[in-house]
Design a protein around this ligand. Structure first.
Ligand SMILES: [Zn+2]
Length: 217
């Protein structure tokens, strides 16, 4: 049975609090949304701390960016670009510190170097680092387009990360996974850099990943 808007709003609030508690966003940073129906997308509000959201704070927008209720996040155009180009049910944008730090310190990276991490190859495929776009701008959606619909988990250079999925759990857990990957890579960098797996093992893992599909597990 389809869940009510109120129940979905509570799920978005719980996911936002979980990200806040894990230091994956601070204060009013980040935004979470859910495609409730063809015409209604629930999205967290602009300017309110994720630690104290109430159900009545939740905003509703249409896929063509009409505000139907509340004061939606200023970064909603990024969410709408994803809903337009993918079958996403949920989109989560956060500011994971290690992911942002790597994008600041390694601006030449176009994707995370995950060739040393077998489980990440299986669970996430590749994780691109999307070129910088000014927060809140229409370009935030446009820079994602080359990576859609196949990439679900992406770092936004100098800003944060975004993950979309078939469920709010997939999108939220993708962000958690990303931060842990980046923490491991950060530690490896401080020890001289991660050493990749042998190329034949990487190929075998990529073949397994193709069977799993695009979802983040
Ligand atoms: Zn942001």
């Amino acid at each position: 049975m389809k869940k009510s808007k109120a129940a979905r709003s509570q799920e978005l609030i719980a996911a936002a609090q979980q990200l806040y508690q894990k230091n994956l966003l601070a204060a009013a940073d980040g935004n979470l949304s859910y495609r409730h129906s063809e015409q209604e997308i629930l999205i967290t509000p602009s300017g309110l701390s994720k630690a104290h959201l109430q159900a009545e704070d939740m905003a509703i927008i249409s896929p063509d960016n009409h505000i139907l209720q509340g004061t939606p996040s200023s970064e909603r155009l990024m969410h709408l670009a994803i809903y337009k180009q993918t079958p996403a049910k949920a989109v989560v944008h956060a500011h994971p510190p290690h992911a942002i730090a790597l994008s600041l310190a390694r601006p030449h990276w176009q994707a995370l170097p995950i060739d040393s991490l077998p489980e990440v190859i299986l669970a996430a495929g590749s994780v691109p680092i999307v070129p910088y776009a000014r927060p809140g701008s229409i370009e935030m959606g446009e820079v994602l387009t080359p990576f859609l619909p196949h990439c679900r988990l992406m770092i936004l250079a100098r800003h944060g990360a975004v993950c979309w999925g078939d469920s709010l759990a997939e999108a939220t857990q993708g962000i958690e996974r990303l931060e842990q990957i980046c923490q491991i890579l950060y530690l490896s960098e401080s020890l001289g850099g991660a050493r990749p797996l042998p190329s034949e093992e990487i190929d075998a893992l990529k073949a397994l990943r193709q069977k799993i599909g695009d979802r983040i597990i």
